[in-house]
Design a protein around this ligand. Structure first.
Ligand code: TPP
Length: 675
């Protein structure tokens, strides 16, 4: 793979000076903000120094360089370590920002936030997420290299380096991701494990006693051990060995001392998450031979040494650019695709490939989704995904494409039964900024991946979730598998767009929206059961997902007295009830509302047109939690939804027992009309 980019180690004095500069920037920033985590940066400063100055191929002046090595600080609480390195190596993160650590409006948030400062590759803080996200970055790299074949060596030969902590490796999501990464042989991954045996509550021996190296070996990782994380030569040797590994991801278990240098707090959890305090800071500075003042002291020679990263990085990028240009000249078609993906553009006329499903009589929306994915796959090579061992249920597989494996970077990802790992990996793939990743599971198991969904939302990254079996209507699998509160929770998460299409036509439109939406995750809630396809001949506006909600079927006179609002499988139920009510001379409008969030983004006049304030007789129908529907039906309206868990029985029986019948809709509608 890629050559070692090691620079000559500096003299012992300069090395010590540089490492202590990192340590005390962290100590001073945490002290000044009276909040933060000094211990981890103090313990890992030396290893991070070696990584950043001798191995990491990055260009501080172009944090977007496509072939840069990625650095993921999974132990995001040690954010000051990252901010110090970014500032020192010359990223656009002035010292002023470090002095405003954790303050309102600063770019140095409590935990690293993607987009807040250049060089932050992903948002971290919830332990385990960064580690698992890095696995997705490695998957993306392999897949992208398959789109851009290069005969001599991979076009993208960057590595994904990271630091993870005890807490990271206690988290389930990291175990899922590590297992997958080992299985897939993602050799571009290199994690330094900060093995300091301390976590928040005290010694890790309170709750964590497994042999981590043995565990990772069993995951098929290359495991190296550094006995002294302050020994730069030892760290350097391990990183060099990691670079030589081409079959497995590497974990470098590095023994460190949390709060290193602090006479009274080193190796204790007291150094973990609070400022050292004035007295202990003084003692620590004295202990390591650091001047007490000024604070935020950066010795000139240390800074000059760190800033060597700039010319080195520029050269690395230029060299790669030369290689890229040669490649582009020899592969003009692939180069065109590269440019399109890099610009985040969709190919002209791609929408024409969305299948016309209006001729179908009935179809489960999960099935419609599968048809859309397969129809778009040939024109959108950036569309890549899979499922958490439910591909056949979620209809996520691209027919004819090979599975993504250790040897073949195929287009169908088999995440295994690892929803949370899948969620984080999808985030890592999305962070390539060149792919449209999607992942499928049952809607109920969105719970298992909520931590990752939230990070995607926080980062405003596009990931498409294919959540099928979206209500009690799934039937026999029973209440363990029947989602109730999941949709409300997803709707309550900022930046997540939830779409629950009513039929195959809305499903196709939902996918179109998802492909075009670049600023956050999209959750598709899809039915297991067949749903009638709502014909445009009868319902001219059918499929207007881009409005979020629309008048699917208007009252005869155009002046409704009652509005039925429904989503997904309940839309056809609302239409059936409307028909009966019309036969009885009632003026009833049916609004299909596939997406609250998209509807909320419409102009006030449009919202008033669909749901006029003057019409207070409103009935919402959705076979999920009633939670939140008050906002659309008002205090005088009514909701047919779920207030309990479901039950195990055939789908139609369950729907009937819980009141999703024409009769019940009529009864409740009439109660509203006859008030
Ligand atoms: C998912 C999650 N749970 C809990 C926390 C709160 N938390 C922050 S750091 C930490 C433990 C830190 O231990 P370790 O990871 O070993 O870091 P170190 O003490 O070495 O800095 C906890 C529980 C978190 N950030 N994320």
């Amino acid at each position: 793979m890629s050559p070692i980019t090691e620079t000559k180690p500096k003299s012992k004095d300069l090395t010590e000076l540089a490492i202590n500069t990192i340590r005390f920037l962290a100590v001073d920033a945490v002290e000044k903000s009276k909040s933060g985590h000094p211990g981890m940066p103090m313990g890992m400063a030396a290893a991070a120094y070696v990584l950043w100055t001798q191995f990491l191929r990055h260009n501080p002046k172009n944090p977007q360089w496509a072939n840069r090595d990625r650095f993921v600080l999974s132990a995001g609480h040690g954010s000051m370590l990252l901010y110090a390195l970014l500032h020192l190596t010359g990223y656009d993160l002035p010292l002023e920002q470090l002095k405003n650590f954790r303050q309102w409006g600063s770019h140095t948030a409590g935990h690293p936030e993607y987009g807040e400062a250049p060089g932050i590759e992903t948002t971290t803080g919830p332990l385990g997420q960064g580690f698992a996200t890095a696995v997705g970055m490695a998957i993306a790299q392999k897949y992208l290299n398959s789109l851009f074949p290069s005969p001599d060596k991979p076009l993208l030969d960057y590595r994904i380096y990271g630091i993870c902590s005890d807490g990271d490796l206690m988290e389930g999501v990291a175990s899922e991701a590590a297992s997958l990464a080992g299985h897939l042989g993602l050799s571009s991954l290199v994690f330094l494990y900060d093995d300091n045996q301390i976590s928040l509550d005290g010694k890790t021996s309170l709750s964590f006693s497994e042999d981590v190296p043995a565990r990772f070996r069993a995951y098929n990782w290359n495991v190296l051990v550094v006995r002294d994380g302050n020994n730069t030569a030892e760290v350097s040797q391990a990183l060099k060995a990691a670079q030589g590994e081409s079959n497995r991801p590497t974990l470098i278990a590095t023994k460190t001392h949390i709060g290193y240098g602090s006479p009274n707090k080193a190796d204790t959890s007291e150094a973990h998450g609070s400022p050292l305090g004035e007295e202990e800071t003084k003692l620590t500075k004295e202990n390591l031979g650091w001047p007490l003042t000024p604070t935020f002291y950066i010795p000139e020679e240390a800074l000059a040494h760190f800033r060597e990263s700039i010319p080195r990085g520029q050269k690395l990028e230029n060299d790669w650019k030369g290689r890229f240009d040669k490649w582009a000249a020899s592969q003009p078609e692939a180069a065109k695709l590269w440019k399109r993906l890099e610009d985040g553009r969709l190919p002209d006329g791609w929408q024409k490939h969305i299948p016309d499903l209006s001729t179908e009589e009935k179809m489960a929306t999960r099935q419609a989704s599968g048809k859309v994915i397969n129809a778009l796959a040939p024109v959108l090579p950036e569309l890549v995904g899979g499922a958490a061992d439910l591909a056949t249920s979620n209809n996520t597989a691209i027919k004819g494409a090979p599975p993504f494996s250790k040897t073949v970077p195929g287009r169908n990802l088999y995440f295994g039964v690892r929803e949370h790992g899948m969620g984080a990996a999808l985030n890592g793939m999305s962070l390539s900024n060149m792919l449209i990743p999607y992942g499928g599971t049952f809607l109920i198991f969105s719970d298992y991946m909520k931590g990752s969904i939230r990070i995607a939302a926080l980062m405003k990254k596009r990931v498409v979730y294919v959540f099928t079996h979206d209500s009690i209507g799934l039937g026999e699998d029973g209440p363990t598998h029947q989602p109730i509160e999941q949709l409300a929770q997803l709707r309550a998460t900022p930046n997540v767009t939830v779409i629950r299409p009513a039929d195959a036509i809305e499903t196709a439109a939902a996918w179109q929206y998802a492909i075009e939406h670049q600023t956050g995750p999209i959750a598709l809630a899809l039915s297991r059961q067949n749903l009638p396809v709502l014909k445009k001949s009868k319902y001219p506006l059918a499929g207007s997902v881009d409005k979020g909600a629309y008048v699917l079927s208007e009252a005869k006179s155009g002046k409704p007295r009652l509005i039925l609002i429904a989503t997904g499988s309940e839309v056809s139920l609302a239409l059936a009830a409307q028909e009966k009510l019309v036969a009885e001379g009632q003026e009833v409008r049916v609004v299909s509302m596939p997406s609250w969030q998209i509807f909320e983004a419409q102009e006030a006049s449009y919202k008033e047109f669909v749901l006029p304030k003057s019409i207070t007789a409103r009935l919402a129908i959705e076979a999920l939690s009633v939670f939140g529907w008050e906002r659309y039906v008002g205090l005088e309206g009514d909701i047919i939804g779920m207030t309990t868990f479901g039950a195990s029985a055939p789908g139609p029986v369950v729907m009937e027992k819980f009141g999703f019948t024409v009769e019940n809709v009529l009864k409740r509608a009439k109660a509203l009309l006859n008030r």
